[in-house]
Design a protein around this ligand. Structure first.
Ligand SMILES: [Zn+2]
Length: 397
């Protein structure tokens, strides 16, 4: 029972399933209020500076096609467009070239100094904290979009020379399940993010990106939740203030759940129950960011339903996984592991046993292994030591 289908496979890729779903990275720059550079500079030595030449290309606007290529079906967020335009205006008006470096697109050089002044002034002028959060999120994303252009593969978010897309399996997720990757802007376009694997494997309709603080994304997600109803939405997160249910508590011995949630047996009540899809939110951010992200979800849930967001914790926690894990450095959880843990635990329930969820979990685990291999290969190629590599493994989220 404690061994999930995926956990029985011989693989060194075992993340423990502690929640929240991201591991403790060592990054410190997490608060919107600090508004530091566009991203951490930890890995900047790995990539050359990249200049964005508005003079060469006519402009640096982001097209819908480019935006959606990164893994979303949403329209371009209005505030991201606005910030890109601000960057363009600045680029035209000062004697410094817009330049990005590092993974994730950190502004560099004189342009960065000028832009820092400008965005800080704008941030301070914003009235309320909600506007500040949205501005922070949009600026992070705008910088990452421009800085990653032509450098990262849009699908796997790895540098083009390390693209792993051809090795990532694709698999259909059970129609009645939908994942929402509620992602912090600082994790958007990060190479070692594992949330992206869910839509790489299952597709963007089955695993949908929702960027924290991006109004358009949050509206799409909450509209889907409202349509589904509060008994069809769960967050994988241990909320200490509300009772947490296990997968078994939530779904076992309730065949009506399967009927209502699974979309496998559309009965006569289907028309009145709205959408039958079970929606699972995976919080995709650092430990320190995840509490703010979870808070934002619960506040919205209270507004919409006047209730807390139902939370699920997985049974396959650290103790169960411990014996299986050959590498202590894997004693961290990650977003993709949370997804495959959920699928594996559902598979163990008789109600769900015939839908091939084990195979779907397996595909996700294979993708996780592919990502690890790609990141490790890159590290080694860059001349990083084993020690660094191990530390890097720990960084996977
Ligand atoms: Zn790729």
């Amino acid at each position: 029972m404690m061994l999930s289908a995926s956990a029985t496979r011989a693989s060194s890729f075992k993340c423990s399933l502690l929640y929240p779903t991201s591991c403790s990275r060592t990054r410190m720059d997490t608060r919107p209020s600090t508004l530091r550079g566009c991203t951490s500079s930890r890995s900047s030595s790995l990539s050359p500076p990249r200049e964005v030449h508005s003079a060469d290309t006519g402009d640096t606007t982001i097209s819908v096609q480019e935006w959606q290529g990164w893994g979303t079906t949403s329209p371009i967020p209005a505030m991201v467009t606005e910030i890109v335009e601000d960057l363009n205006v600045l680029d035209r008006n000062i004697d410094a070239q817009m330049s990005f470096g590092g993974i994730g697109g950190k502004l560099q050089g004189d342009f960065k100094i000028q832009e820092d002044k400008k965005h800080r002034a704008k941030y301070q002028a914003l009235g309320d904290s909600e506007k500040k959060l949205q501005f922070f999120a949009a600026r992070q994303i705008a910088c990452r979009l421009l800085g990653s252009r032509g450098y990262l593969c849009q699908k796997c978010w790895l540098p083009l020379e390390d693209c792993m897309c051809s090795k990532v399996p694709s698999c259909s997720l059970l129609r009645g399940i939908r994942f929402w990757l509620y992602m912090h802007p600082k994790d958007f376009l990060r190479q070692n993010n594992t949330g992206k694997l869910l839509w790489q494997v299952f597709g963007v309709q089955a695993a949908t990106l929702c960027l924290f603080g991006i109004a358009e994304h949050e509206e799409i997600m909450w509209n889907a939740f409202k349509f589904a109803g509060k008994d069809k939405v769960w967050c994988l997160y241990p909320n200490k203030n509300v009772p947490i249910k296990s997968v078994q508590d939530s779904f076992a011995q309730d065949s009506s759940t399967v009927q209502r949630g699974g979309n496998f047996h559309v009965d006569s009540t289907a028309q009145t129950n709205g959408d039958k899809t079970m929606n699972f939110v995976l919080i995709d951010g650092t430990w320190s960011n995840s509490s703010a992200m979870f808070r934002r979800l619960t506040e919205r849930a209270k507004l919409v339903w006047e209730e807390d967001l139902p939370c699920i914790s997985l049974a396959t926690g650290a103790s169960a996984m411990h014996k299986l894990r050959p590498q202590p450095s894997w004693d961290r959880t990650c977003t993709a592991a949370a997804g495959l843990g959920l699928l594996s635990e559902l598979q163990l329930l008789p109600e769900f046993s015939s839908f091939g969820l084990d195979k779907q979990a397996e595909a996700l685990e294979d993708a996780l292994a592919v990502l690890l291999e790609a990141l490790t290969a890159r590290r080694l190629r860059m001349g990083r030591s084993i020690t660094r590599r191990e530390r890097h493994n720990r960084d996977i989220c």
